[in-house]
Design a protein around this ligand. Structure first.
Ligand code: PBG
Length: 327
């Protein structure tokens, strides 16, 4: 008999293993993305995101009820507008796609509704803000940061007026959180929190979302406003700025390739931390599972657990409904 006083395996048998587990997932940690499409009256599946659909405004409530039936109580809403222009003006229209859907959803259901505040689905050029003059010819700067702030503030206020419970600016515009906070406060929405996409990287993992929400840039890319995947310390600088401007929840995006960032933000800030398990992270597990190479339920659960273990309190994920049903 070996004398081995430390035997970690003792805690791994069934029953004990669960008792000492450090991290767990609950449906109340999960936020389900929902796509509402003003260009159609029929639900349409999104090929690169199996199980997800764009739904017409008239079916937004049905779609959200499906989410609620799984035990997930919070959704983040994305809109595909009926028309686009250079200013993205349908993004703040009172009868815009998100505004109409939010009114219906908050009237008919108990869901907590978060809205994505950005312009890329609404501009005809697909960038996340107003373009600078000559941007189409210039390989360099394209989005006019400061001119975009006022538009983002208008969008956030229009979402709050429709009844959104929280707004989530995702355009990586410098100063966006402060501009939105000020506008919400001035219009009587001082109680509406801001979940800032505080550290959002210029990631190739957004590919399937850009099909789903029809928001790919028509020219150029997002390198001059989204963060360089090579940078970690810069994330702390971004998060500090957003905290100073009044961000209530700090989001890191994407999640799985950026768990070091999630963990650093968790350690250094006391605001709730959210991570966005993005479309490409979802699509690649589905693709492997379809080939029989991975067990989808198992890898989805393990992925979300890893995101929690790294320090996220909340996870925006296309797996929300499927995982909630497993729990
Ligand atoms: C809008 C926005 C994007 C995503 C969320 N909000 C697209 C982008 O920045 O290109 C991506 C989400 C995903 O890939 O799941 N700016």
């Amino acid at each position: 008999m070996n004398s081995l006083p430390r035997r970690p395996r003792r805690l791994r048998r069934d029953g004990i293993r669960e008792l000492v587990s450090e991290t767990s997932l609950s449906p109340s940690d999960l936020i389900a993305p929902v796509f509402v499409d003003a260009t159609t009256d029929e639900r349409a599946s999104i090929p690169s995101m199996p199980g997800h659909e764009r739904v017409p405004i008239a079916q937004a409530v049905d779609r959200v009820e499906e989410v609620l039936d799984t035990g997930v109580e919070t959704i983040i809403l994305f809109g595909i507008p009926a028309s686009k222009d250079a200013d993205g003006s349908r993004a703040w229209a009172e009868d815009g796609v998100v505004q109409r859907a939010v009114r219906d959803i908050t009237r008919e259901t108990d869901a907590t509704v978060i809205t994505d505040v950005c312009m890329c689905e609404y501009t005809d050029h697909g960038h996340c803000g107003i373009l600078e003059e000559n941007a189409r010819e210039s390989p360099e700067l394209t989005v006019d940061n400061d001119a975009t702030l006022d538009r983002l503030a208008r969008i956030a206020v229009s979402h709050a007026e429709a009844g959104a419970h929280m707004v989530a600016p995702s355009s990586m515009t410098d100063g966006m959180v402060g501009a939105i906070r000020e506008a919400l406060d001035e219009t009587g929405f001082e109680s509406v929190p801001i979940m800032s996409y505080a550290a959002k990287y210029e990631s190739a993992f957004y590919g399937p979302f850009r099909d789903a929400a029809d928001g790919a840039p028509a020219f150029g890319d997002r390198r001059h406003y989204q963060m360089d995947p090579a940078n970690a310390r810069e994330a702390t600088r971004e998060v500090v700025r957003d905290v100073e401007q009044g961000a209530d929840v700090l989001m890191i995006k994407p999640a799985l390739s950026y768990l070091d960032i999630v963990s650093t933000v968790r350690e250094n800030f006391d605001q709730p931390v959210a991570a966005y398990n993005v479309s490409g992270e979802y699509a690649m597990l589905h693709a492997a599972a379809e080939n029989g190479w991975l067990d989808l339920d198992a890898v989805a659960h393990e992925s979300l657990l890893s995101i929690k273990r790294a320090g996220a309190d909340l996870i925006v994920t296309y797996f929300a409904e499927a995982i909630a049903e497993q729990l």
